[in-house]
Write a protein that binds this ligand. Structure first.
Ligand code: NAP
Length: 298
């Protein structure tokens, strides 16, 4: 039986509608969540991400403070900007678009962001809190994956989850979130990487398989069991002469073949991608509520 396609665009739209309502309620209390965005240089992919983030802020009613620095900006200029936003009470979340130009020290910049405004969830303070299951900003892509599972009615508790990829932004935080002793965790998690001896032996055991390798066709139909839930985080460009831009986007999973065995599967594009920005704005709203001393749900 063909899988049910998890429509990330729809789940993200539902969450954005919820956020819009919440922002309207906060405005009645005089609270306007604000996101400070920093883009250094002219990288086209980064520019389009930042534009999408700013557009979505506007749609939800979040104040967006846009800052553009030239590609040759110094570390000092960038650190000064982060410091200014750290002190600005109108800004609840700070987003420095990565990657930064090579001459800039990314780690130093991320460390300079006030952890209370680190809505990307990359600051070691937030990563550490997440690991020990304390209240923290959860990093956006892994949190988006968990929301997709929950909102599709997939049971995480007790599931065998196999994650392919161990990066600091996807695989590692996701594994940590899924093993937490809480209602959105309680899974048994295996993390695979390029030194894993027999990848298929692991992926075949998965009730939930999450691919975050950044390589097309890393997961083929012979590597999964019937009824598996597949979340494809990968975004890869493959040449396609039929497209105007000369390429198309694919995930890490052989979607057409795997969907015939899976119970649920995310497409690329239109799966995990739309969730990442949504979770960033979710964190920004949470941050504004915390700054105003409101509890979740207030
Ligand atoms: P990354 O830093 O390159 O990490 C890739 C991970 O996959 C590494 O741990 C690597 O193992 C592992 N890996 C690569 N090939 C493998 C293979 N054949 N077998 C087993 N493991 C393999 O990438 P990332 O930043 O985590 O991103 C992963 C993918 O997700 C990319 O396509 C990226 O564009 C996409 N992504 C999408 C979103 C979104 O919003 N949709 C957000 C973030 C990332 P080693 O550690 O051994 O090298």
């Amino acid at each position: 039986m063909a899988a049910q396609i998890i429509d990330g665009k729809q789940v993200a739209a539902d969450m954005r509608a919820e956020l819009k309502d919440e922002v309207a309620r906060l405005k009645e209390k005089g609270i306007v969540p604000g996101l400070g965005v920093v883009l250094v240089g002219e990288d086209p992919a980064s520019k389009s991400y930042v534009t999408a983030k700013e557009r979505t802020c506007e749609e939800i009613g979040i104040h967006s403070d846009d800052n553009r620095l030239p590609a040759e900006a110094s570390q000092k200029d960038l650190m000064a900007l982060v410091e200014k936003m750290n002190k600005d009470p109108k800004i609840n979340g700070i987003l420095v678009q990565l990657p930064l130009p090579k001459h800039l020290n990314e780690a130093e910049v991320l460390l300079a962001i006030d952890p209370a405004k680190d809505v990307d969830g990359f600051h070691p303070m937030n990563v550490g809190k997440m690991v020990v299951d304390e209240k923290a900003f959860l990093s956006c892509t892994p949190h988006g994956v968990i929301q997709l599972l929950i909102r599709s009615g997939v049971k995480i508790e007790g599931a065998e989850v196999v994650i392919v990829g161990r990066s600091n932004i996807v695989g590692k935080p996701l594994a940590n979130m899924l093993i937490q002793k809480n209602p959105t965790g309680n899974a048994t998690v295996t993390v695979c990487h390029t030194r894993t001896k027999d990848l298929a032996a692991h992926t075949k055991r998965a009730d939930i398989l999450i691919a975050a390798a950044g390589r097309p066709n890393t997961i083929t139909a012979d590597m999964v069991k019937e009824g598996v839930v597949v979340i494809d985080v990968g975004v890869n460009r493959v040449e396609d002469a039929t497209k105007k831009r000369g390429y198309r986007l694919v995930g890490d999973v052989d979607f057409e073949a795997v969907k015939e065995k899976a119970s649920f599967i995310t497409p690329v594009p239109g799966g995990v991608g739309p969730m990442t920005i949504t979770m960033l704005l979710y964190n920004t709203v949470e941050s504004a509520k915390r700054a105003a001393g409101l509890a979740p749900g207030e």
